[in-house]
Design a protein around this ligand. Sequence first.
Ligand code: ATP
Ligand code: LTN
Length: 330
Amino acid sequence: MKPRVFSGMQPTGNLHIGNYLGALRNWVRIQADYESIFCIVDLHAITEYQDPTELRRRIREVAALYVAAGIDPAQSAIFVQSAVSGHAELSWMLTCVTQIGWLQRMTQFKAKTENREAIGSGLLQYPVLMAADILLYQAAVVPVGEDQSQHLELTRDLVQRFNSLYGETFVMPATSLPAVGARVMGLDDPTKKMSKSAEGAGHAVWLLDDLKAAHKKIMRATTDSNPAVDFSNLGDGVANLLSVYQAFTECTTETVRAEFEGMRYGDLKKRVAEAVVAGLEPIQARYREITADPAYLDRLLDEGADRVRPIAEQTVQLAKERMGLYRHGS
Ligand code: ATP
Ligand code: LTN
């Protein structure tokens, strides 16, 4: 049997090229080598208020983008987290073996709660739910962008703690980061990670951006006061553009160096913009095809949930049995 891979994205906003290069494209690449399970994590999304109508729409949009980017539903299961009750159940069991201090140390929690007064406890619990997602399917590999590394370390700590308290139960999952594009930075501010929830029209290129608009955003990206590419002195903005180019064209670092050393920023941006547009065009074409038939997506998500539910149920039973919960085990 193939080892399992699990990953997910929150339906909290438009997907951007960081989500694609950091995670989604890696999923597409490895899906054939694993029993692949890809989730739309709506329970994570509600850790911050979401307008219900908008959330419903976004769930379908993210699902359609998974397929448009190349996830093959015949090969990989695609489903919505809240359709499988085991996520919430296992999350509670794991909560009880998690120390509050582990959660308070998470940089994402700290960043999201900085200068805020009313903080929902879901935000603190967020990494426990993420651990439940992964452990529910006994996933061996979790392909994500770099910002999720710390959450995966916490998942491994939880496996260790649970297994040592209750006996071997969960598979230890490994993190898989892409070689290039694991942390795409904002176009308007290359010191900040490109993010779904950031404000600012020039911050991110969305996967569904009008292609002309996408081109324009790259042309307007923040660089630095140098006139041309100098590899001995690369500013953050230029380094980000070069890695976006390398990720989209799948060329080597040597090729990038040879092609761009000494090139003026205006010309560099044009090349990067062309590479991004060429990468987005087929995704958008497939997206239009997929969304032309709404029933297709419903079917696909129902089938995905039906496929993974028995695995989830088995793990929940096992965890209950190990913990001595009512009527499980002898
Ligand atoms: P938000 O910033 O609103 O929390 P997000 O853009 O980080 O949202 P997520 O749903 O949290 O999006 O992330 C989905 C996947 O995309 C994760 O695997 C994450 O690591 C990856 N990812 C997110 N942003 C980037 C980025 N800028 N570069 C590379 N990978 C990214
Ligand atoms: N926290 C992740 C989304 C996520 C996830 C997961 C990723 C939820 N559950 C399980 C990998 C495996 C994020 O990208 N913000």
